[in-house]
Write a protein of this length. Sequence first.
Length: 397
Amino acid sequence: MNRPHRFRRTMVSPASQAGFTLVELMIAVTVSLVMMTSLVALLVNVNSNNSEMERVNNQIENGRFAIQILRDDIMQAGFWGPHTPLFEDREATGAATDIPAAVPDPCLTPSDWSEAHKVALTGIPIQGSTAAPGTCGSVVTSQKADTDVLVVRRADSCVPGEANCDAFTDGKLYFQASLCPTELAAGTRFRIDSVAANLNLLTGACAGTLAPLRKFISNMYWIRDFATTPGDGIPTLVRSQLDLASGALAQQPAVALIEGIDGFNVEFGVDDTVTRCSLNSAVDYTQAPTLIDPASCAVNTEASRNTLPTRRGDGTPDGNFVRCTAGTPCTVAQLMNTVAVKLYVLARSREVTAGYTDTKTYSLGTVTRGPFNDGFKRHVFSTTVRLINVSGRRETP
């Protein structure tokens, strides 16, 4: 007889169904929170470091860029094409007749320029001061304290009609140097004018072909205490250019170039001593130079060997560099003999760095800035720029 099948009830042990205990769960949550906190802190630190590196990189880049812009323009100061002022002409045998009579006013209306003023513009291609020069008070606005204004003048390096050169525009200012011996002998050496009919100097052939024209360039640089909106507190390097706008030829309102430039100071290297052959006498352009033999440092009976003018500079700065101030402005003699410029630029970060206080002092030549006691980081950039056109014309091979 078969017994009925009996089903067995399977019992599950309570231990096999157990999950996390409350203590284990709390430990797991705590560990997770610690890990999350660490990761968040790491992410915050990485982002903070990246932001700080970006601020520093921008600061350094702005400082270098400001130096480059200023250097490139200064290097071309005094370029007048084939024209050489007589006091810089080492082949001139007579007294110079084109010595500037006064430091020129960069903002004088071009229609009011006299011939003496034009001589000063070409003879003094660079000038500076702690305040707006001449009548430039309406142009140089919002200037930051303890900074300088720099003016650079030259002719354009290209001729209208050449590739990548602006076409001639009636009403703009142009420089033209004569190449015709007849005109030069009569004392007509150059013209600066905005009327095409007046720019009629000739080439060397003196046969009706006009000498090339070059745009006359006058740039003013200074530091403004705002970038785009007055009161935004971002010091900015700005530039004003002499140009034609709305029918008026004048120094135009400033255009912002580089933000975060907190300081700008300029010093001039003056070539005012004759140093060749141990003459050590001051240059004197009002007298005809005595030519001597560079080898013997004396007048030689063989006149062809006497090629060194004793009353001309040699293109090298003499003595300490000088800073032109409103209280002690540079003289005509200092500016017309400037052959090098020292630039000092103080770059500042645009944003403050948390937990940082700037307690440093910064030397910009004869000017010391700081401590500022704020959260902005700063760095000084400096360089010495040679006025190639001015100094090169004075050198003796």
